[in-house]
Ligand binder design. Structure first.
Ligand code: BG6
Length: 471
């Protein structure tokens, strides 16, 4: 455990609602363990995990792969002991106000024992339909404030999707605003926290050759793909009510599209300018064919899905491909395709930027590989070695693995999400306005898909299929 330097982060209590859920087990707790091992968390830190059913700490820890982010996936005994000493579990129904005094008392006890007022970070790792109830109860029980009002901070970390459609998102924003101010809200889009996603702004801003050709004059199309080789795992209820459009497209894919196309403000540390520019871009994103919505869309479902969820009439999409345009001068005429699917042949997240070709030359393509094998490659037309002048396509390749061989591995996206929210840095977290704009973009699709759900419009694809074969 690295105790060499103190992090200067304020004393904090993290309350995880849904500590026995899939997300807490797969992502949040391993990220906390890893940060703890690297000495990156506040010196004074307590974690309270809440669950509806009673569970012991040892049971919880045996149930999860706590050390997945470690080399060899092995836990260090000292760090594990420390982890256990700061984590406490309480049984609580997050939709029952009568259970909240237990939490309130627990927080006060910790603060009184330490004789300080802690920052409070409520992590809502729960299904979307529970979020609003928790926020309301937190507000009504005074837990929207710390023990010294306006001194220590109280923040909410909320998982996506934020709302279920445009109207519900608007309602949610308005209801939350009765209890929490916008700067207390950290709505997570963990794709923005991936190392390669972070690098897109740097790449665009600090490489003048690309900076100057970054528009419709030279760019023909942008395709963003989030392919997964896993199915819905055990998240049956969540996925049935969500589907690929809401789960990945409305959030992760639109966020990546924005990173590629928004005007990067002069000062990227200025959070307000950053969000203002992203919002300006989102307002210009439209369906490619606004008259015939079906023309923009391919919707699919993997073959074993209905059996898995035990509903032979389900039309929930596990694959979606959407064509968009950006209605401004800079991007006029460029095709944008966002595509995502589950239970495909491989896991891959890529952004492919294809440049305009001419008659003699094949097109150049720039690809950001977000996962796996993070890096960037550029397809070039070059001469094949030999006496004649044959042109061939080759790859210029930057990969993290080769360029930073001593890098022990970059932080997991959830580590970054946690650290930024502990610091109160909102750069990576979408604002209310950005959320509303992204729902506005896909609302016509949701409405049209709701009305036209028939087996004819849904492609049933073989599990583990090559995604390029879904047409
Ligand atoms: C989550 C989605 O936001 O992202 C999941 O809810 C998906 O359905 C996951 O599996 C993928 O994240 P990653 O980081 O593994 O690509």
């Amino acid at each position: 455990m690295d105790n060499s330097n103190s992090t200067n982060l304020d004393p904090t209590i993290i309350v995880i609602f849904g500590v026995t859920g899939d997300l807490a087990k797969r992502k949040i707790l391993p990220a906390i363990y890893h940060l703890l091992k690297d000495g990156l968390l506040p010196d004074k830190l307590k974690i309270i995990g809440t669950s509806r059913t009673k569970i012991t700490l040892n049971r919880l820890i045996t149930d999860l792969e706590l050390c997945v982010l470690e080399q060899n996936k092995v836990c260090d005994s000292l760090v594990l002991a420390k982890f256990k000493s700061i984590l406490e579990l309480i049984q609580l129904n997050p939709q029952n106000p009568k259970d909240f005094p237990i939490l309130n008392t627990k927080l006060s006890q910790i603060e009184e024992a330490n004789k300080i007022c802690f920052n409070r970070l409520f992590y809502l790792a729960v299904p979307p339909d529970v979020v609003e109830d928790i926020i309301k109860i937190l507000g009504l029980s005074g837990l929207n404030r710390s023990c010294i009002h306006n001194k220590a901070k109280t923040r909410l970390l909320i998982e996506k999707p934020f709302g279920n459609d445009l109207n519900s998102a608007k309602r949610l924003i308005s209801n939350i605003s009765h209890f929490f101010k916008e700067d207390q809200l950290f709505r997570i889009d963990h794709y923005l926290a991936k190392e390669m996603a972070q690098n897109i702004i740097t790449f665009r801003k600090y490489n003048p050759i690309f900076n100057q050709i970054w528009d419709s004059e030279l760019i023909k199309s942008v395709k963003i793909k989030v392919y997964e080789n896993i199915g819905i795992e055990k998240r049956i209820n969540f996925y049935e009510n969500t589907g690929a459009l809401r789960d990945i497209l409305q959030s992760h894919l639109l966020a990546l599209l924005t990173l590629v196309t928004f005007d990067i403000p002069k000062n990227i540390s200025d959070i307000n300018s950053l969000h203002k520019s992203k919002l300006k871009l989102l307002k210009k994103v439209k369906l490619k064919d606004s008259k015939n919505i079906a023309n923009n869309l391919i919707v699919g479902q993997y073959k074993s899905y209905r059996r898995e969820i035990k509903n032979k009439n389900s039309f929930t999409e596990t694959f979606v491909s959407l064509s968009l345009k950006i209605d401004n001068l800079k991007w006029n005429g460029v095709n944008f395709i966002l595509v995502t699917g589950k239970n495909l042949k491989y896991k891959k997240t890529k952004i492919e930027i294809t440049f305009r070709a001419n008659k003699q030359m094949a097109e150049n393509k720039l690809t950001f590989r977000l996962q796996p094998n993070e890096g960037i490659d550029l397809k070039l037309n070059l001469k094949k070695p030999g006496l004649d002048n044959q042109i061939t396509k080759t790859n210029m390749d930057f990969s993290y693995k080769n360029s930073f061989p001593s890098d022990p591995g970059h932080p997991d996206a959830y580590e970054r999400v946690l650290i930024d929210s502990l610091k109160g840095d909102l750069s990576l977290f979408p604002t209310n306005d950005e959320i509303i704009e992204s729902w506005k973009i896909i609302q016509p699709i949701l409405t049209s898909w709701n009305k036209s759900q028939t087996n004819k419009n849904l492609i049933i694809y073989n599990d583990q299929i090559n995604p390029n074969l879904i047409k």
